[in-house]
Design a protein around this ligand. Structure first.
Ligand SMILES: Nc1ncnc2c1ncn2[C@@H]1O[C@H](C[S@+](CC[C@H]([NH3+])C(=O)[O-])CC(=O)[O-])[C@@H](O)[C@H]1O
Length: 326
């Protein structure tokens, strides 16, 4: 029932991430022993049943695609589809495996398209994605030239989905892209990453200032932060805290204006702070699909006025902000 991260530990032993080995293996071992989700055993079994298939083609530059239809026997294709459906709901993607499209709730590729033009080159960089979900963007970071793309996320179904996709990545890539079962509070101050992404996480944190400080503590000097989060319209003193749910999401705490967020970033030790994108989330970008059959954004907006959530707050508006560590 264990997930084996020993290849990853060996991979980072001779990399700038080597100091992580002082805490990481023990944290992961404790997690495997104590904190596994009730369905984890079943998920691990599903993972082991996935058919062995070698991809003849890989595309991480325009999409996340491993293999084409002719790489896989029809029987195995049906088996693959059935097994991957056991990891529903698939929220972040889409993924293209041997001609099969995993059509996820989110078009995470659209988010990538908004972020990518504003990145310092990822060529040969060590990159961290805090709260990476199923790891869709990790693959795109690798596709953009990163030496290593490492994600952390405590969501165990996301980890299983990532492992299922990773199984079909060629060996040369597999070792450079990893998702670790950690929350942001589990990270030591590594101060080594060239780029730190955190997309869709800040509003889930009770203490956003502490969170921004934790992001900074992973960056080397002059390293780039890429922050994507929900914002509201307003001046530098405007911040929304929902009374309870926001667009039906629990655990939503602070939605600042972009001006307030820039102020927070200045106070947290960042420079070169730029709001590079502002986007109202559309019901085409976040919607129910065959791979995520639950309710989605259209159900979370006021049917009479879609500029509002069903709770009466401004509908989701997302900003991308880049900054560098002082
Ligand atoms: N303490 C924590 N530490 C790290 N991650 C956490 C923590 N708590 C929750 N998460 C993770 O943060 C992610 C937020 S989703 C963004 C995914 C991707 N980045 C995207 O931009 O599409 C957006 C949303 O669901 O609202 C989830 O995968 C959580 O498991």
């Amino acid at each position: 029932m264990m997930i084996d991260y020993s290849n990853f530990y060996a991979r980072i032993a001779h990399s700038p991430l080597r100091d992580w080995l002082q805490t990481l293996p023990k944290q992961v071992a404790d997690w495997q022993q104590q904190q596994l989700h009730g369905d984890f055993g079943q998920w691990a079994k599903t993972l082991r049943l996935l058919p062995e298939v070698e991809p003849s083609e890989v595309d991480l530059q325009n999409r996340v695609k491993f293999g084409v239809e002719s790489d896989i026997q029809p029987g195995d294709a049906a088996k693959l589809q059935g097994l991957l459906q056991q990891f529903k709901p698939w929220r972040k993607g889409p993924f293209d495996l041997f001609g099969m499209s995993i059509d996820t709730e989110w078009r995470s590729d659209w988010k990538w398209d908004r972020v990518a033009p504003h990145l310092d080159s990822l060529q040969d960089r060590h990159v961290l994605d805090i709260g990476c979900g199923s790891g869709y963007h990790l693959w795109r970071m690798k596709g953009a030239g990163a030496k290593m793309a490492v994600g952390i996320d405590p969501g165990q179904l996301f980890i299983m989905q990532f492992k299922a996709i990773q199984k079909y990545a060629p060996q040369a890539i597999t070792n450079d892209v990893e998702l670790l079962p950690l929350g942001v509070d589990d990270l030591p101050k590594l101060q080594v990453f060239d780029t730190v992404f955190s997309m869709g996480v800040l509003y889930h944190r009770r203490s956003p200032i502490e969170f921004l400080t934790q992001c900074r503590d992973q960056l080397r000097k002059d390293g780039q932060l890429v922050l994507e989060t929900l914002v509201i319209q307003g001046d530098e003193y405007s911040v929304l805290m929902p009374e309870d749910r926001y667009a039906q999401m629990r655990n939503v705490w602070f939605l600042p204006s972009t001006a307030a967020l820039c102020l927070w970033l200045r106070r947290c030790g960042f420079k070169d702070i730029q709001v590079v994108d502002l986007n109202r989330t559309s019901v085409e970008e976040q919607r129910a699909t065959a791979w995520m059959e639950n309710q989605s954004l259209v159900d979370f907006l006021d049917p009479k006025d879609t500029s509002k959530t069903i709770e009466g707050y401004p509908a989701p508006l997302r900003a991308v902000i880049t900054a560098r560590r002082i």
